[in-house]
Design a binder for this molecule. Sequence first.
Ligand code: BTN
Length: 263
Amino acid sequence: MEQYRQQIAAFLGQERENWHVFDTVDSTNLVCKRMALDGAPDGTVVIADEQTAGRGRLGRSFQSARGLGLYLSILWRPETPVEKWMALPALGAVAAVRAVVRVCGAQAQIKWPNDLVLQGRKIGGILTESVLLGCGAAVVLGIGINVSHRTEDFEGEVRGMAASLETVAGQSVCRAALAAALVEELDALRREALTQPQRWLEEYRRRCLTVGREVQVITPDAVRRAEALAVDETFGLQVRYEDGSVDTVRAGEVSVRGLYGYV
Ligand code: BTN
């Protein structure tokens, strides 16, 4: 573990404080939430070599085998009103794409709302959770990227849709370099979002592969076929159903799948 920490430190430089690397944790999001309750500062980063209870969106789990993936959470205490926090997972997705491009040149895309995709396979995901504090609230943004998994390292139905960066990009990827790049991109985007709020929304839209596709909109009660039309200012997905009605679906409420597969 010390080696992973030292490698990250070498890439990150000395300026960046408040980042922690653990061997095994239940979930970096949970660790980060506990730290938030104990008063950890804005920007605190938690990275782990392995998660035993990695958490995914909509109550799913996130497979987090030892040594194979990047499991990272960052704590933010945004000054902006809570209504604007809806955009934070999308911001995380843009940061992750930028980090992947920087470290290995692979042109990752985003499947709405914030799955990371490379050549039609899921290589990562993002889970944002809020923390209620006595004096306000904070947000924990958790990002998981499959770095070195082979197909057989994934279990169950995940095997049919997931892949690792190394397998898809066809090159070896340094997990510590990716971790450092991700921290830097998150820090940079956090600053950029305050000064140029439209810029990364445009980048999100450019990278989002869902728009223009025929999709299935999945809720606990129904699966409906629709065309994905656009991503709005608050990162809702505008869709047109087969009966012609147009609606905007929200990340916390639905999953979206392609008609014939994951994307
Ligand atoms: C998803 O694909 O549904 C989101 C997956 C998010 C996984 C990351 S790994 C780091 C952080 N800790 C967690 O328990 N989950 C997120």
